[in-house]
Design a protein around this ligand. Structure first.
Ligand code: MG
Length: 460
């Protein structure tokens, strides 16, 4: 069976694999699923600013209505705003039309459960089964769903964020912040939120534009050069770069230096576990050891998961975690909601700066540093399993390996650091990650394991 859902919903190029027929049938499949447990479900729907948002929203809305689900359109919103609205307004589900950080020709559909969290794999699989079977439970003519709009989602969300944060302490500092929304949906929330926190805001690419004229949407260093420059030019306290649907936030320190997501995740994790005197935190196996280092220092524990934010959020829920997130700037604050949230990330960072009374670069310098090496090897899907089996077999008796972890792929710990080899779930590639203290060790280990995967692949 073709997999419909990837790690983050369904994405594709508009009017090719992401088209209105697909959207209609996803609406019908999701509606059919909701009707199994709820007689008259209501689904909230929102979009980012991509040019195809109305086309896909109309089609998926028609799908829901045809199965007898009511639809409430909350308009243009960042993904976390839609998720929060679903939870707070007690909707039965939510849909956000967005392709996150993908280029403008893409769009996507992401579902939300009634608590605002991303759909679990089981639910996605059930919706997929209905989608492929085409057994849609269409309603009688007089039971078709109703449609309405609700315009207060952004206000509700901003109020919610402010209720979780020490607004008074932040306001006193009168921070100067450079904000780069990349013309994405964050433009609708982040500038207002920062102003409510008493910040002076220098805006970059904060005009909504579905063609993303300002920069590419993914907040990686090469896309944030203007932000880095602006922060140092204007002597701002720090800078913030958001991805297209504003669930992820990346920070730039007061000198204009890019802060890797591992470090900001660790900084926030450190602050929260210090405040809660320990507690459980959750992150995928790909995250740098610097996170574990600071969590353990503050009496916390770390649960490692497979890669993917829905898995992180679900594990957090089950274990009553105090904090969690990914190394790409996707931070999850359970006191607010179980999904990645850039507004909570930036508000929390402001609270940290107000509490610690030190520049961001100094706080980051206190987080341990590791060298990392990442590479990928093209590997046909059918060879992934034999290569993995061979690796597991080969590593069993390897004298330099102190521990083996099979949470996601194969993670090997040595005295120097760790190596993670995992086949991609969506592409025909095998990823190799290495982390250690010394650059030379990382390169040596990386080259060794890359060659090993390549040679096993040739003989698989
Ligand atoms: Mg995103």
């Amino acid at each position: 069976m073709t997999r419909l859902f990837g790690t983050n919903g369904i994405r594709g190029i508009v009017n090719q694999d992401m088209n209105s027929t697909l959207a209609l049938e996803i609406g019908q499949a999701f509606g059919t699923y909701l009707k199994r447990t709820t007689p008259r479900p209501t689904c909230a729907i929102g979009t980012d600013a991509r040019l195809s948002n109305h086309m896909l929203k109309s089609a998926i809305t028609a799908g829901f209505l045809s199965t007898g689900c009511d639809v409430v359109d909350v308009g243009l919103v960042p993904t976390p705003t839609l998720q929060y609205t679903v939870k707070e307004k007690h909707f039965n589900a939510g849909i956000i039309i967005t392709a996150s950080h993908n280029p403008p020709q893409f769009n996507g559909i992401k579902g939300t459960a009634q608590d605002g969290a991303e759909l679990t794999k089981d639910v996605e699989e059930t919706i997929e089964q209905i989608f492929f079977s085409k057994h849609f439970a269409l309603s009688d003519w007089n039971e078709v769903g109703s449609f309405s709009t609700w315009n207060d989602a952004k206000e509700l969300y901003i109020k919610g964020v402010l209720s979780c944060i020490d607004v008074t302490s932040i306001k006193k500092q009168r921070f100067h912040v450079v904000l780069d929304c990349g013309n994405g949906a964050g433009s609708l929330v982040a500038p207002t939120l920062l102003k409510k926190l008493g910040c002076m805001v220098t805006e970059l690419n904060c005009e909504l534009d579905g063609t993303f004229p300002g920069r590419h949407s993914e907040p990686i260093p090469e896309n944030l050069t203007s932000l880095m420059k602006k922060v140092s030019e204007t002597h701002a306290s720090f800078g913030i770069g958001l991805d297209g649907d504003a669930d992820r936030a990346i920070f730039v320190d007061e000198n204009g230096s890019y802060i890797w997501g591992d470090k900001s995740l660790s900084l926030v994790g450190k602050y929260i576990t210090k405040k809660t005197n320990g507690g459980i935190t959750v992150t995928p196996v790909t995250t740098s050891t610097c996170f574990e280092d600071v969590i353990l220092q503050n009496n916390g524990t770390v649960i490692y998961t497979k890669v993917g934010s829905p898995i992180v959020a679900d594990t957090m829920k089950k274990n009553h975690a105090v904090f969690g997130g990914e190394e790409n700037g996707g931070l999850i604050f359970p006191q607010f909601q179980y999904c990645r949230d850039s507004a909570m990330s930036l508000a929390t960072l402001l609270e940290i700066l107000a509490t610690e009374q030190r520049p961001l670069s100094e706080l980051i310098a206190q987080i341990p540093s590791y060298e990392m090496f990442k590479t990928k090897i093209v590997c046909p899907n059918e060879k992934k399993e034999p290569v993995m089996n061979r690796l597991v077999e080969e590593m069993k008796n390897h004298h330099e390996i102190t521990r083996i972890d099979r949470t996601d792929g194969l993670k090997l710990f040595t005295k120097e650091g760790w190596v993670l080899m995992r086949p991609s779930g969506t592409e025909p590639i095998f990823r190799v990650y290495v982390e250690a203290k010394v650059k030379q060790q990382v390169e040596q280990l990386g080259t060794y394991y890359k060659k090993l995967v390549e040679s096993f692949m040739q003989h698989a």
